[in-house]
Write a protein that binds this ligand. Sequence first.
Ligand SMILES: NC(=O)c1ccc[n+]([C@@H]2O[C@H](COP(=O)([O-])OP(=O)(O)OC[C@H]3O[C@@H](n4cnc5c(N)ncnc54)[C@H](O)[C@@H]3O)[C@@H](O)[C@H]2O)c1
Length: 283
Amino acid sequence: MSRVAVVGAGTMGSGIAHVFAQHGWDTLLVDTVPAALDRARQSIAANLDRQVKKGGLTPDQKAAALGRLVTAATLDGGNPPAELVVEAATEHRETKFQIFRDLDRAAPPGAILATNTSSISITAIAAQTARPGLVIGMHFMNPVPVMPLVEIIRGLETTDATTARTVEIATALGKTPVEVRDAPGFVSNRVLMPMINEAIFCVMEGVATPESVDTVMKLGMNHPLGPLALADLIGLDVCLAILEVLHRDLGDDKYRPCPLLRTMVAAGRLGRKSGRGFFDYGR
Ligand SMILES: NC(=O)c1ccc[n+]([C@@H]2O[C@H](COP(=O)([O-])OP(=O)(O)OC[C@H]3O[C@@H](n4cnc5c(N)ncnc54)[C@H](O)[C@@H]3O)[C@@H](O)[C@H]2O)c1
């Protein structure tokens, strides 16, 4: 039986744990905030239910997936992970650096340490450990059970064996891995975040309402979700954190986060997870 630990039980960590547990992995989900673990277990159960209703899973498969999921406040609070840790904690450089220093001590010596970071350098994260060859970016998309892409990002020291095994695991989870180089924002957020930022500038400058901006992009560009609804789904705090990394690490003012985005985050309007962002989610 394969074992994985997922560190961080927010939007992404819960989705990542869901997919691993569904595909037969013994899954330990770790978060320092107990309420996050409770919310994650509830949302995983609700999302598995939805798959059962749609005919994608049997009730037995749902029960088996939930049975493979253990939650804990620390990595050694559950079964020790044998092979892989996926870090999906807050998008904050120092937080991730500390987690990787801790993981390097706590995880078995041969374990791959993957990060779901959206923008932070894999090479810099790997340098926090004594096993940089085993550190890699495994960038899932939101919502994880639905989205087929996993960006696989090699740090400078990531070995061919680590990359090959990570690609193999992503494929076994039913995902399509795409390898990209370690550059700020990789491909996904390097392209996506400037579009979201520009949409926010349009709102701030009074060019159009959030509804109109999103309607233009949905009906005009065939996007299934407008950029502002997508920003609300991602989390406005996460968008701001990614733009700050792009701005600082690429050194180009075209990545400057829109002041309205900063204001929204300061006000706690973080999108779906707080009930309100550019749109209202009725909580
Ligand atoms: N939200 C998205 O759409 C999206 C998409 C792809 C990648 N990501 C990346 O995934 C990661 C997580 O994003 P999210 O949206 O799930 O964030 P989130 O804010 O929803 O969840 C983060 C979780 O990490 C926990 N955490 C913080 N420090 C921790 C620690 N030291 N140990 C254990 N848990 C800790 C928090 O309690 C929280 O529950 C970030 O790196 C983000 O950039 C996000």
